[in-house]
Design a binder for this molecule. Structure first.
Ligand code: 13P
Length: 259
């Protein structure tokens, strides 16, 4: 059985005092459910160390929002390598978020390098994939998603990919308040699992965690997480509000799928 995972992507939000208050609330509120759901927060790079310190022994993991495509130390101003993230104890990192793809020209080839760098140092990559509204409307979205996955995975063996997590985030649902319906999201998750089974084998496809992201809130989390192929969520705006985020984590923890 796949354990539910809820990841909060803080994007470019947070300040020292705000972070202390949010983490303080989360640690208290999540403590009764932390056995039933894995919880991860991804603050901006500059606050990773602060948040790791605040979360020490709280049973909540810390992740980065991105990583450098360059593997080794060097003249790469502004970059942060996977080795540096591992050095400060980061256990997960997002890669290929649609905001990185659109605002920083992260192509599939760049994303493949980032994914490989993370895997090499033992950080679990959360590969974000998803179609635009135009691609959904013209019906090419399944191919778009399959290509994003196979391009990112290219050259890696099933063993090497065993720590990868996927996050389906339709671009039209991110920050828009327009969530994919549970049926729409489930259909894409099932498609992804089927595509992975045929390309990488059913053992891999059954084991891989696939999150849904895009306007997940306390009000829609139950329905989304009760879908058979949705293993949790990647949460943006609602991750900044402790009561909302906790309620979303609770929905994952109490999903009928968790027994
Ligand atoms: P929202 O939950 O704000 O729609 O953001 C989703 C997202 O992009 C998480 O990575």
């Amino acid at each position: 059985m796949r354990k539910a995972l809820v990841a909060g992507n803080w994007k470019m939000h947070g300040r020292i005092t705000q972070n202390i208050n949010l983490i303080d609330d989360l640690v208290k509120q999540l403590s009764p459910i932390k056995e039933s759901v894995s919880v991860l927060v991804c603050p901006p790079l500059v606050y990773l160390n602060q948040v790791s310190g605040l979360l020490a022994e709280a049973g909540i993991e810390v992740g980065a929002q991105d990583v450098s495509r360059f593997e080794k130390d060097g003249a790469h101003t502004g970059d942060c390598s996977a080795e540096m993230l591992a050095d400060i104890g980061v256990s997960y990192a997002l890669v290929g978020h649609s905001e990185r793809r659109s605002e920083h020209q992260d192509t599939d080839a760049v994303i493949a390098l980032k994914l490989k760098n993370l895997l090499q140092v033992g950080i679990k990559p959360i590969l974000c994939i998803g179609e635009s509204l135009e691609q959904r409307e013209e019906g090419t979205f399944e191919k778009v998603i399959a290509d994003q996955i196979s391009n990112a995975f290219s050259g890696l063996s099933v063993e090497e990919l065993s720590n990868v997590i996927l996050a389906y985030e339709p671009i039209w649902a991110i920050g828009t308040g327009k969530t994919a319906s549970p049926d729409q999201a489930q259909a894409v998750h099932a498609y992804i699992r089927q595509m992975l089974a045929s390309d990488y084998g059913s053992e891999f496809s059954e084991k891989v965690t696939i999150l849904y992201g895009g306007s997940v809130k306390a009000a829609n989390a139950d329905q989304l997480f009760s879908q058979p192929d949705i293993d949790g969520g990647l949460i943006g705006g609602a991750a900044l509000v402790s009561e909302e985020f906790t309620a979303i984590c609770r929905a994952a923890a109490t999903s009928p799928k968790n027994g």
